[in-house]
Design a protein around this ligand. Structure first.
Ligand SMILES: [Zn+2]
Length: 79
């Protein structure tokens, strides 16, 4: 049986939209979430970062290559 990674069909995002100096961490970097938000869609629960990462409200992530990273930390109030 063939197990294929989930892929995103439709819109193909560029690997990086980053125009910042210095460059933001790439989507392959452990610091990927530190990249700037290019498009926020709080009503849909996700944001697009300039390195092509889609960051979901629950801390799940969708990488530009279509890989999915499961939510990895609870959303807690910082107060
Ligand atoms: Zn950037």
């Amino acid at each position: 049986m063939d197990l294929t990674a989930p892929t995103v069909t439709g819109t193909r995002l560029p690997d990086s939209l980053c125009t910042h100096t210095p460059k933001c961490p790439t989507a392959a970097s452990p610091d990927r979430e530190a990249a700037h938000v290019m498009a926020a869609h709080p009503e849909q629960g996700w944001s697009l970062l300039c390195n092509g990462l889609v960051l979901f409200e629950d801390t799940g992530e969708l990488l530009p290559d279509g890989r999915v990273i499961a939510p990895h930390r609870p959303l807690v109030a910082t107060a």
